[in-house]
Design a protein around this ligand. Structure first.
Ligand code: C5P
Length: 393
């Protein structure tokens, strides 16, 4: 979402706190967020909290906004308008074209795509009036995320819970994503190294830069996929429209991948550490003069690729990587069998691949082996994304 401008309308609901979390996620993915508060919204979150989190002036009054920036300009600036939480009242105003406060006026004046995240009592959600309003809004192309079902603030349960911040973020990414052959598909990509702690200040890592994994995430997003990128510590910028889940250890990476399921395709491009230090020291290991150097006992890390390949929610297409320095294709064929994935992207790392910009690939699938020419990592990513899109076409 790098460089995107979003207008977030917050109307009255106890769940409005989730929109504060959403602002953090949106800013982490590079978006600028302008907040508009309705009178109801202001009962649940403060202008100050919104100003602090967005880093922007908060608008809550039609006439004050008119003097400062103008409601038409506010409506025309954003790449998308997000209404979260969307109350029954605001949805009704939207459906019927009412414009009696700043939020409803912007919603009538904007030409940007709109996403609503309804939040209300189950009886209000299920009421034929709300359902008819939702049908009208959907028919006009308004995107909807949630509501979820479950316990409500009142001792009642049912449909009406505001979607979680991560779900709203993903829905916004999908709204902003260019339509393409992977529109409607969820791609899960791992990237970068893992850091396996020795003690609070030391860790074991590897030379993976995350260039290839991040380029694959970007290429899949460019074809319209909703992308979750689970990455170890890297200096690569987060690609546009991609949901980043930063992790450190292999175990964190596995947990983040499982939490992101279901997915249509999984691409395991991370250089996951095979081992971790069996018992991480809780205090910094001390260098005692005259004492012997410590011995590190290692434990086996979970294999994320193998775990997802036999998961009950196994993505339809599972793609692993094999970095090899010799007998590249044979090793990759064995790895495909062993890990239970569909494809292996075998790369010859005998040269300067780790951290470099070029990659020599052999794509191993049930159909056989494809040898690709030596290509920049961006081109490898585009070619792989195109092959994935073909698989889903
Ligand atoms: O076993 P090896 O590390 O060579 O396999 C490489 C492939 O397996 C890559 O796709 C890598 O992301 C994945 N992998 C994993 N979890 C591990 C080790 C490797 O997902 N613990």
């Amino acid at each position: 979402m790098q460089g995107k401008n979003l207008l977030l309308v917050i109307s009255g609901s106890i769940a409005a706190y989730k929109s504060l979390l959403l602002i953090r996620l949106l800013r982490q993915s590079g978006a600028t967020v302008h907040a508009v508060l309705t009178a109801g919204g202001a009962r649940f979150v403060t202008r100050e909290a919104l100003a602090g989190l967005t880093g922007q002036r908060v608008h809550d009054d039609l006439w004050a906004a008119e003097a400062e920036i103008g409601h038409i300009r506010l409506a025309r600036l954003p790449d998308a308008v997000v209404v979260a939480p969307a109350s029954a009242d605001l949805l009704a105003k939207m459906a019927h074209g009412l414009a009696d406060d700043l939020a409803s006026t912007i919603l009538l004046a904007t030409r940007a795509p709109i996403l609503v995240a309804p939040a209300m009592n189950p009886a209000m959600w299920q009421h034929p009036a709300t359902q008819a309003n939702m049908a009208l809004l959907r028919a006009r192309g308004v995107a909807v995320v949630g509501p979820g079902e479950g316990a409500m603030a009142e001792p009642e349960s049912g449909p009406g819970r505001l979607a979680e911040a991560e779900e709203m973020h993903a829905a916004i990414a999908a709204l902003l994503a260019p339509a393409g052959p992977l529109t409607g598909r969820h791609a899960l990509v791992t990237s970068g190294p893992t850091h396996e702690p020795i003690d609070p200040v030391r860790y074991i890592a590897n030379r993976s830069s995350g260039k290839q994994g991040h380029a694959i995430a970007a290429a899949l997003a460019a074809l319209g996929a909703r992308v979750t990128l689970v990455s170890g510590p890297v200096t690569q910028p987060t690609p546009k429209g991609v949901m980043l889940r930063p992790v450190e250890t292999a175990r964190d990476m596995l947990a983040a991948c499982e939490a992101a399921l279901p997915a249509d395709v999984f691409v395991a491009a991370a250089a996951v550490a095979d081992w971790r230090v069996a018992s991480e020291a809780t205090q910094k290991l001390k260098k005692t003069p005259g004492a012997a150097a410590p011995t590190l006992t290692m434990a086996l890390n979970p294999d994320i690729l193998a775990t997802l390949s036999k998961h009950t929610q196994r993505p339809r297409l599972v793609v692993g990587f094999a970095a090899e320095t010799e007998t590249v294709v044979q090793h990759a064929l064995d790895k495909r069998q062993r890990k239970g994935c569909d494809w292996i992207v075998a790369n010859d790392v005998s040269g300067d691949v780790m951290g470099g910009d070029l990659n020599t690939i052999h794509l191993i699938s049930a159909e056989g082996v494809e040898d690709w020419p030596r290509l920049p990592k961006q081109d490898v990513a585009a070619r792989l994304a195109a092959r994935i899109a073909k698989e889903f076409s």
